[in-house]
Ligand binder design. Sequence first.
Ligand SMILES: *Cc1c(COP(=O)(O)O)cnc(C)c1O
Length: 386
Amino acid sequence: MSEDERRIETRAIHAGQEPDEETGALMTPIYANSTYAQDGPGDHRGYEYSRTGNPTRTDLESNLAALENGSHGRAFASGMGSINTVLNLLEAGDHVVAGNDVYGGTHRIFTQVYEKYDLEFDFVDTTDHDAVRDAVRDGTELVWVETPTNPLMRVNDIGALADIAHEVDALCAVDNTFATPYLQRPLDHGADIVSHSLTKYLGGHSDVVGGALVTDDADLDEEIAFYQNSVGATPSPFDCFLVLRGTKTLPVRMDRHCDNARELAAWLDGHEAVSEVFYPGLDSHPQHDLAAEQMDDFGGMLSFELDGSLEQASTVVEETEVFTLAESLGGVESLIEQPAAMTHAAIPREERLEAGLTDGLVRVSVGIEHIDDMKADLQRAFDAAF
Ligand SMILES: *Cc1c(COP(=O)(O)O)cnc(C)c1O
C-alpha cells in the first residue's frame, strides 16, 4: 500500500518518518547541526546549511504535507512566519482580499507591515460570496481564507472562494489552524496553499511555536522555499522534533477535542446563564450544513455569550480552574478567554460590537480533560458571577 493510500491516522505516525538507516533509531533524531561535511566542493548529500535544510525539519515537512494531502511542506519559526512567506510571493501594487474576521496577527501583518510595501488589502465578509466577487479585481493576486474563524466560528466555503480567486488568476490560501488536516483538507477543495500555526493543534501541547505552508504545486513550493531560505524564519530542529511528536497523536487528540466540544456546546446551549453558543456542530449554527460537508467533525473551539456584563464575563474566566485563563488554543488542556478584554481588545468597542464581539463573549479551547470536570468548573464560575 503506497503512503498516499494510507488513512490519516497511519500517515500521522509514519509519513516522512522512516527508521534511521544506519542505526535503526525509530524516531527522527534532533539534528543539531548548522553545517554538513561535503564530499567535494559543492558535492553534498542534500544538506549544506541548516537554514536551507535540516533533516529533522525535512521529516516534519514531509509529515505535514502528507497530512494535508499535499506534495510539499515547508516549516517556519511561527505561524506568522508562514503567513509572511505567502505575502513574500506578492509584488508591490498587488491586491489581496481577506476575511473581515481573520486572526488579529494576520490583520496586523497585512495592514501594518505590508501596506507600506504597497500591497493593498480589502477585508470582506467571506461568507458573502457576492461581496468577495465584488472585491476581487484585476491585480488581485491572493484571496486569504480562514475557516472556522475566530471567535465566532463562522465557516467559509473553501471550494467557492477558491473558484472566485481562480477566476481572476489569484492564489487562494487557507489558514487551516483551527480545523487541522484531520478535520479539513483545503487543497482537496481547490485551495493553492494551506497555512498553519503549528503552535496550536498540530504541536498540541502548548510547548512550541511554529508555522507551516503546504502546497500541491512544485513551482509554488520552489518559490516558497526560496523565501524560507532568504528570509530565514526557520524553526529549530528541537521545535521540529516537538511538532513531529505532536502530529503522531493529532487524530486521537482531535477526536476527544471534538467529542468534548460537542457535549459542552449542547450543555451551554441549554444553560440559563448563556444567551448564545457559537459552535459549527450545533444545528442552529448558520453554516452548520456547510461545516458538515466540508469538515469531518466540528473541532474543539467554541464561543458563548453570557447573559451579563463585561465584569460578569471577567469573573467567569477568572474563576475557572480546569479552564486556564490564557490566550492561544489547541493544546490538550482547556483554555478560556474573554475576547473583548484580551485577544480582540485592540479593536475599538463600537467596531467590536458591530462585528458581534460583545462584552459578554467568552471563548474556550476545549481540551481533552473529562467533560464532567469541565461542566462542573464552568458551573462553579457561573455561580460566582451571577
Ligand atoms: C495563532 C494563529 C496564527 C499565528 O501563529 P503563531 O504561531 O502564533 O505565529 C495564525 N492564524 C491563526 C488562525 C492562529 O490561531
